[in-house]
Design a protein around this ligand. Structure first.
Ligand code: CA
Ligand code: CA
Ligand code: CA
Length: 182
């Protein structure tokens, strides 16, 4: 079973996922800027800002974020019923992934398959009432949570002023060192 927290902010998770792409591409690239050694969370925040900062001031307001998400939602709702079923949801993600791969000159690879699988899982997570459909209301709730998690200093905007979240609890350095296990 895929380990996934129902509290995981889907958008930031997605951002982290997509942010992993350039680093992975750079591993194969002979030249180019060395990837920042920072945590994925930092990358995720920068990706978040790059994705949602419509007016280009380096800050993302909830209004900007909501506007992009609403457009994305409407664009993904292929049958126009006001909900995103799993296929619509995954297709929208796949479209963005495809663009990103094209920008990087990458061909679908193992990471692609994993990312698509995770998109399916994510649909189940954001479908909070589990009726198989992501409603606009669910989308808004998820968006607010995701935004709040990115806005770590709580000033109402996501920017580079927001301290990065702590590393995940399952990071290697967080492994318990007690000799008591087993
Ligand atoms: Ca639909
Ligand atoms: Ca639902
Ligand atoms: Ca902030």
């Amino acid at each position: 079973m895929t380990r996934i927290s129902t509290l995981a902010p889907p958008v930031l998770a997605l951002a982290a996922l997509l942010a992993a792409l350039p680093a992975a591409a750079q591993q194969a690239a002979p030249e180019g800027e060395a990837p920042a050694p920072g945590r994925a969370g930092g990358h995720g925040r920068d990706y978040f800002i790059a994705s949602y900062d419509r007016d280009g001031d380096g800050r993302v307001t909830l209004a900007e974020y909501g506007a992009v998400r609403d457009e994305r939602f409407a664009g993904a709702d292929a049958d126009g019923d006001g909900h995103l079923d799993e296929a619509e949801y995954v297709a929208e993600f796949e479209g963005r992934l495809k663009l990103q791969y094209a920008e990087q000159g990458r061909e679908p690879d193992e990471f692609w398959d994993r990312a698509i699988k995770q998109a399916h899982v994510r649909h189940a997570v954001v479908d909070r009432d589990r009726d198989g459909l992501l409603s606009a209301e669910e989308q808004a709730m998820v968006a607010e949570d995701s935004f709040a998690r990115g806005d770590t200093n709580g000033d109402g905007v996501v920017s580079t002023d927001d301290p990065l979240p702590p590393p995940p609890a399952d990071a290697p350095e967080a492994a318990p060192e007690t000799g008591a296990s087993n």
